[in-house]
Design a protein around this ligand. Structure first.
Ligand code: PLP
Length: 383
């Protein structure tokens, strides 16, 4: 049922796969509602770029639309086209903006570019003047990222340019926070002040600044619309505090072999983990080709990833291979684990934030790397 959405392979059956991914759409919807309750009268959009952070764009959009979400953000027009198919009357913004000559592709699926430079704005205006009509688009203002968007001075100048702005319909003015997950970073206050200054010049245009973590900043910079991504998918928007969101993703792997490794022998490529005493090793049918990052390999000197086996946390032993992970399950009672059992790689208290940290990265990268070889099971949004 999800084949087209997840690449060239056909939908993967449970008995054909090494890993089982369970995606809880009810938790996704609960997270969206919790954020919406928090921002009061501001609109809560959903950022569904990168296949909805790996969970499946069609399933995520259908569930969120069903809950009342009407505005979606993606990175590329091709993602926008997939959102359009799942939500025919939604508002869809494309964050990466307009590449030369692509305006017609936007219009074909009623997508709104997030225009990030004067060149892009002029190209959209020209396309509109040439007969497309006053199509809507967002304006991106850079308040500190130095990545995409007009500088503040340029945006203030643009606000006076009624001829250019009159050619299309500016429907949103937005900016993006540099360090929203670090509430003590003074750049937050500077960006909020700069953005407030700009949005005042664009009377009648909706304003948006906050991503997931931005929603939780003490200044509550919600403006008219918030743009959460990570928190919807269960990531912690407040890394210094307990996670207020519900987990959405669970990943299990099958045990394909159990073996005893004698004292002093090594496990895996290049022998980076040595058994200290006789150790029991479980070999799991998931590897870095499934998006489980190799940087979570475990050596004797540096702990790597973990899995939950019969309620016990067990460390990775040695390098993660392309299709396999070796796990030290010596702490698990001998009869409590067997060939074919499932062990948990994400879930059961192993959060995407922790998995990210153990791999030397962030939970965002864990989600967006989730593999295409897993059997995917979606728990419905409404039961
Ligand atoms: C990805 C993105 C978001 C969502 O950020 P999260 O931290 O995942 O909530 C919001 N706005 C922009 C411009 C983005 O690129």
């Amino acid at each position: 049922m999800t084949s087209a959405a997840h690449g060239p392979c056909p939908a993967v059956g449970e008995d054909e796969a090494g890993g089982l991914l369970t995606i809880d759409l009810a938790a996704l919807v609960a997270n969206w509602r919790a954020l919406a309750a928090r921002v009061g009268s501001a609109e809560t959009a959903a950022v569904v770029k990168a296949d909805a952070y790996g969970i499946g764009i069609e399933q995520a959009v259908s569930a969120l639309y069903g809950a009342g979400c009407r505005t979606f953000f993606v990175a590329h027009p091709v993602e926008g086209r997939r959102v359009r198919a799942a939500a025919p009357d939604a508002v869809i913004y494309v964050l990466n903006g307009l590449l030369p000559g692509t305006a017609a592709a936007y219009r074909a699926h009623d997508l709104r570019p997030v225009l990030g430079s004067l060149e892009e704005i002029e190209e959209w205006a020209a396309f509109c003047r040439a007969g497309a009509g006053r199509l809507p688009a967002a304006l991106h203002v850079d308040t500190g990222m130095n990545r995409l968007g007009l500088r503040v001075e340029a945006a203030v100048q643009l606000a006076e340019n009624t001829e250019l702005l009159g050619a299309f319909t500016p429907s949103l003015v937005m900016s993006h926070l540099v360090s929203a997950e670090e509430p003590d970073d003074p750049i937050n206050a500077r960006q909020i002040a700069a953005f407030s200054h700009v949005r005042e010049r664009f009377a009648g245009v909706l304003a948006s600044l906050a991503n997931s973590s931005g929603i939780f900043l003490p200044q509550a910079p919600h403006f008219d619309l918030v743009r959460p991504g990570y928190a919807l998918y269960g990531g912690n928007p407040t890394p210094e505090r307990a996670n207020p969101m519900r987990p959405v993703v669970q990943l299990e792997a099958r045990v394909i072999q159990l073996r005893w490794t004698p004292d002093g022998e090594t496990v895996g490529y290049n022998g980076h983990w040595t058994a200290q005493g006789r150790r029991r090793i479980a070999t799991l049918s998931v590897g870095y080709a499934d998006g489980y990052l190799r940087t979570a390999s475990g050596t004797n000197l540096k702990a790597g990833g973990e899995a939950v086996v019969a309620g016990v946390r067990c460390p990775f032993a040695g390098r993660i291979s392309m299709d396999l992970i070796t796990l030290d399950v010596s702490a698990v009672p001998e009869g409590a684990i067997q060939r074919g059992d499932k062990v948990t790689l994400i879930g059961n208290g192993l959060t995407i934030d922790e998995v990210g940290k153990r791999a030397g990265t962030i939970g965002y990268e864990i989600l967006t790397s989730l593999g295409r070889r897993y059997h995917r099971r979606y728990l419905p949004a409404t039961v």
